[in-house]
Design a protein around this ligand. Sequence first.
Ligand SMILES: [Ca+2]
Length: 187
Amino acid sequence: MYKIVACALAAALLPAAASATAYTIDWTSGVYNPDPLVRTTPGAYTDTYAFTLGQTGDFSGSLTTQRLRVDGTIVSDLDFSSVFLTKTAGDPFAQINFDVPMPGSDALEVVNLASTVLTAGSYLLTVNYNVDPASAINGASYGGNINLGAAVAASPTPEPATWAMLVVGFAAIGGSLRARRRSLVAA
Ligand SMILES: [Ca+2]
């Protein structure tokens, strides 16, 4: 009996494990609007967004907390704790940690997913956040957009070194034609 009470106390003191929800973005380019679940239970949450790029693309976007205000009082809010991008398959990739301004604030939290060029491979955007008991009464969520654009095409303008090679090439062709003409005249 004593043991059971001790175990129950320990369980109550331990922080609950974060609830994890995985989303898969099925696109190679365009805009994806995350539609995460509205949380009505207080606690820590982890949402992951998996996507695969067949070619190099430009990644960007933003995530914003959605707040509900009743009679001037915010009754629904969540708090981002960390947002980062990792690669699960492909070339080596250094994790990108996006800045989370005003963590834990009741103010509107906006996480800017700074524009980044990503090479082909599989990626995972992880969004960690907390919902406190007061905010959970009416449910808390966030929204935003995740963009993937085609990589900027390589410039068709030849590099200075390429121009130099072209000039040398034309000069060589001109020289050989003149030599050929001279030899024809001599013959
Ligand atoms: Ca907040």
